[in-house]
Design a protein around this ligand. Structure first.
Ligand SMILES: Cc1ncc(COP(=O)(O)O)c(C=O)c1O
Length: 449
């Protein structure tokens, strides 16, 4: 048997023991009793080991924005693997990662023009928080150490990310977390905002809570504010109109760095390279990951303003300026995949397409209003969330069952958070596939009514 055939056989075989893999963010016992297994993917679909097509309504996990197994990306990875498998990023470099950094810097707003690579969104967040702390330190203001996040924020699972994050289950099991962290209120109010398309009218005033926090701690102790411009994992909360501008103004007024966590909102999800551009607000750093290479090889990073980078560039020439980095920062395979992905986004005009299809998408999703148990629908860009009423025996059960029945009976992959269904399809979705997706979601909601 050839090596290729051997690999093929391994992929096709059903595993005979599911015990060893402790799955992340998964109900392991339920999964192992009745697994939802995937063996292949192409474009808008996953394919199960027995050949069933599953419409991907979530771009994998908000990452496969170009769709699955796209030939140019596959070839770029294959070619890079054959040319340069790995090269250290500590004191050495390789051309592909430099080309990618320049490319990302050119896509980023204003003078966000230096890129630090990590391997995930969580690492991107830790990197941005550490750069913020070190930045003030290097400037002789080492007392500026406080970090401000937001309730319901999701910034990955590192200790930095869960400390500034605001999702209770991601925090409560893990001890004291980082000290010196405070949280602004989240921006959701169902009474005021239910069934809004795009940015809600109500809620910009919630940004003023940052003034309260500054008054409480004093700006001289605060390093940075980190928020998702559109909160994603908590169940899709588009920012209220004017909210982000107000946050930027308060940060400017008090000399506080503003970090946008764009791990979900970056690379086309809202019709722009970055949500910062869509909302017309320039942060000091942007965290990215996921769709940078359409989820094909782990990669994340931070884009920093020129002034931040320049602050570190002093001292003797041979001295390391920032004591931070990862063995796989700027990994050749991830970087090659990203360059091919960015080419594909450009050549197929996928960000523009997202903008063009947005209103059709929002109308289609809002068509689910009135179905049993639908309490709210929020939608912006190619994103939507549907809140379902919880059933008495447990929060999360109804949406879990909708997700499960979707996969087993209706050929659709959904993402859930508690009783919220999130929809974030690959940006290549056709108009007909939008209709098909909504029809399938409708069946899932009716199945758990
Ligand atoms: C806004 C945000 N930040 C960070 C992360 C963490 O990314 P990762 O799972 O790659 O560590 C996520 C993941 O969904 C995210 O949505």
């Amino acid at each position: 048997m050839s090596l290729a055939q051997d690999h093929q056989t391994r992929r096709d075989l059903s595993p005979n023991d599911l015990e060893a893999w402790w799955l992340p963010f998964t109900a392991n016992r339920a999964f192992k009793k009745n697994p939802r297994m995937i063996s292949r993917a192409k474009d808008m679909h996953y394919i199960t080991p027995d050949g069933k097509q599953i419409l991907d309504a979530v771009a994998g996990l908000w990452c496969c924005n170009a769709g699955h197994n796209r030939q140019p990306i596959v070839e770029a990875i294959q070619q890079q693997a054959a040319e340069l498998d790995f090269s250290p990023a500590f004191q050495f470099g390789h051309p592909t990662a430099f080309a990618l950094a320049s490319r990302i810097a050119a896509m980023a707003p204003a003078d966000l023009d230096h890129v630090f690579f990590s391997n995930s969104g969580s690492e991107a967040v830790d990197t941005a928080l550490k750069i913020a702390l070190a930045y003030w330190n290097v400037r002789g203001q080492g007392q500026k150490t406080r970090l401000i996040g937001r309730e319901r924020g999701y910034h990955g699972v590192g200790f930095g990310g869960i400390s500034v994050g605001g999702i209770v289950n991601n925090r409560k099991f893990f001890g004291g977390l980082l000290t010196g962290v405070d949280h602004m209120p989240h921006t959701y109010n169902r009474q005021e905002q239910a069934f809004t398309k795009g940015e809600p009218e109500w809620g910009a005033h919630l940004a003023d809570d940052l003034e309260r926090i500054v008054t409480l701690h004093d700006a001289s102790t605060i390093a940075a504010v980190i928020i998702e411009p559109m909160a994603g994992s908590t169940g899709v909360l588009p920012p209220p109109k004017g909210y982000l501008k107000r946050i930027r103004e308060i940060c400017d007024k008090h000399g506080i760095l503003l970090i946008f966590d764009e791990v979900i909102s970056g690379f086309g999800r809202l019709g722009h390279a970055f949500a910062a551009e869509r909302f017309g607000v320039t942060p000091d750093m942007i965290c990215f990951a996921k769709a940078v290479n359409s989820g094909t090889v782990p990669m994340g990073g931070v884009i920093a303003r020129k002034g931040i980078y320049d602050t570190f560039m002093k001292g003797p020439d041979h001295a390391i300026e920032l004591f931070h980095g990862y063995t796989y920062s700027g990994h050749p395979l991830a970087a090659a995949a990203a360059l091919a992905t960015l080419d594909l986004y450009r050549d197929e005009k996928l960000f523009e397409r997202t903008k063009a299809v947005e209103s059709r998408w929002m109308d289609a999703v809002m068509g689910l209003k009135g179905l049993p148990n639908v309490l709210d629908i929020r939608t912006i860009g190619l994103v939507a969330a549907i809140d379902l009423a919880s059933i008495p025996d447990g929060v999360g059960r109804r949406a879990y069952e909708a997700m499960d029945v979707g996969f087993r009976e209706h050929g659709i992959m959904l993402r859930i958070t508690a009783d919220t269904i999130a929809l974030t399809p690959p940006l290549i979705i056709s108009d007909n596939q939008i209709d098909e997706l909504i029809e399938k979601v409708k069946k899932c909601i009716l199945a758990v009514a």
